[in-house]
Design a protein around this ligand. Structure first.
Ligand code: NAD
Length: 485
């Protein structure tokens, strides 16, 4: 690591509105503080877009779409590749913003830069393969074609837990498919999205194809969705806000691409290697302080190994070093905000009221910032809040099961259907559970849920359409049928 926290705080950028390639700093816009989760003190100010900014970004997106859709897929691909290269060149700078805004440990932050750059590489490749097809005609000499086209200007909204990967998914997907995009940055971690937008322009994006705004979510979503310019809306965040935005989108007949909340079950069968399982489960659970939509959260463990798994996971969680992301020993940083800290605290208090066993953690750390201990709650019943509400924090809930059918019923009982994990040695159990689990991603004997080239999306109330993979690009494309007689 080449930097100290103090130096990094001094370098935190001045933020404006990035409209049509130009960073606009003045104009008397109101501002809001961006809070450093490591200390609870302000890092800088994010400016609030005005109605005029929204109108300007929409006009730019309309002009930008006209340019970008006529740019060849090969030129678009070359630009997206340059973005990935530039991101890797600026990895230290971007990682610094991630540690400052989200409190991530340094190596996790570098990992996020790498994953985000990989998304641009994937979209660069796959964007060149918008293949249509030829359908054999009923008439001689006729030709029937299926063409794939960009859907149009996209309105994008992101949350705070993946400050670089989430804007990268949306920007690279939309731009790779030939769309223009107006992205509303998260007010809690805005600098990463703006830095990314500036990199895209440094790499030669024509003015107007991308704008990044920050500001009042209701005003911006209303303006961007009611405008005839935008043709699709992509949102990453909670199911509640996703439902609101979907209704707004559908009222204006725009495609709602929704990446929403989860509460991922893990089924652990008695054939597993318990120490290995516990080590990797704890690493997956507490990455990003548990603030990951696909993080494993509800652990259902076969009764014959239940006590051993609880003990092993507890021992592993106790070893996690919690602290400032710039400290090389840190394995887990703070939660993003006071709001998230209180939500996690209440969830554990509620578990205690139900008489559940907190085997490690279970308290706010006595220091500045929003730190909570890595926490394991055992013997969790379906009545507890923790069983029903996504924790989105460093809490693992562990529950025993007796039969395969009982475990599947527990896993599927919530309206969420984002990710699910199955750990067992026999293929039959894995295969059966893959069919029976109601989730957009089922991960067997592993923990990595998403790569740039694999589709990621939720079933049930966890979302609509996918990001990543071929499917992620398709979400930003329209199908057109053309015939020649
Ligand atoms: P949230 O939905 O409350 O907020 C997300 C963002 O939406 C914020 O920036 C907020 O300002 C904005 N917002 C609020 N109202 C809006 C509106 N009317 N129009 C437009 N934007 C609006 O979510 P949160 O609690 O901050 O984030 C955590 C949630 O995000 C969790 O549920 C998590 O699972 C989910 N998430 C899902 C994915 C995925 O890919 N499925 C990825 C990351 C996070």
């Amino acid at each position: 690591m080449s930097t100290t926290r103090k130096e990094a705080v001094r370098r935190y950028p001045k933020l404006g509105q990035l409209i049509a390639g130009e960073m606009k700093y003045d104009g008397g816009r109101s501002t809001m503080e961006v809070i450093d989760p490591t200390t609870g003190t302000p890092l800088g100010l994010v400016s609030m877009a005005t109605e005029a900014d929204a109108a300007e970004a929409l006009a730019a997106a309309s002009r930008g779409f006209d340019i970008w859709r006529r740019t060849s897929a090969f030129e678009r691909s070359a630009l997206l590749r340059r973005v990935a290269v530039r991101m890797r060149e600026k990895a230290q700078e971007l990682a610094e913003l991630l540690v400052l805004e989200l409190g991530k440990p340094w190596n996790e932050a570098l990992g996020e830069v790498d994953v985000a750059a990989g998304m641009w590489e994937w979209a660069a490749e796959e964007g060149r393969r918008a293949y249509g097809r030829v359908i054999p005609s009923r008439e001689n000499h006729a030709r029937q074609l299926v063409l794939i086209e960009p859907v149009g200007p996209v309105a994008a909204f992101v949350t705070w837990n993946g400050p670089l990967v989430t804007p990268s998914r949306k920007m690279s997907g939309a731009l790779g498919a030939g769309c223009s995009i107006v992205l509303r940055a998260s007010e809690e971690v805005p600098a990463c999205a703006f830095a990314l937008g500036q990199i895209v322009y440094e790499c030669g994006l024509p003015a107007g194809v991308l704008s990044v705004l920050s500001g009042d979510p209701v005003m911006l979503s209303t303006r961007l969705l009611e405008s005839p310019v935008t043709r699709a809306v992509t949102f990453t965040g909670s199911t509640n806000v996703g439902k609101l935005l979907s209704q707004q989108a559908v009222a204006h007949m725009k495609r709602p691409i929704m990446e929403l909340g989860g509460h991922a079950p893990v089924l652990a069968f008695e054939s597993i290697d318990v120490p290995l399982f516990a080590r990797r489960a704890v690493a997956a659970k507490f990455a990003n302080s548990g603030q990951v939509c696909f993080a494993p959260t509800r652990f259902y463990v076969q009764r014959s190994i239940y006590a051993d798994v609880v003990e092993a996971m507890t021992a592993e969680a106790k070893e996690i070093v919690v602290g400032c992301g710039f400290d090389p020993n840190t394995q887990m940083g703070p939660l993003k905000s006071e709001r998230r800290l209180r939500a996690v605290e209440q969830m554990v208090d509620d578990a205690r009221q139900f008489g559940l066993r907190v085997t490690t953690g279970g308290a706010v750390l006595d220091r500045a910032g929003f730190f909570y201990q890595p926490t394991i709650v055992a013997d969790v019943t379906t009545h507890a809040k923790l069983s029903n509400v996504e924790p989105f924090g460093p809490i693992a809930a562990v529950t025993p099961f007796d039969t395969y059918e009982g475990a599947i019923a527990l896993a599927n009982r919530l309206p969420y259907g984002l990710s699910a994990f199955v750990h067992a040695r026999d293929f039959e159990t894995l295969h059966r559970a893959t069919n029976d689990l109601e989730a957009g991603n089922v991960i067997c004997n592993g923990w990595r849920v998403t790569y740039p080239e694999t589709p990621f999306g939720g079933h049930k109330e966890s979302g609509m359409f996918c990001e990543g993979g071929i499917e992620g690009l398709r979400a930003f494309q329209n199908v057109k049928y053309a015939s020649f007689s």
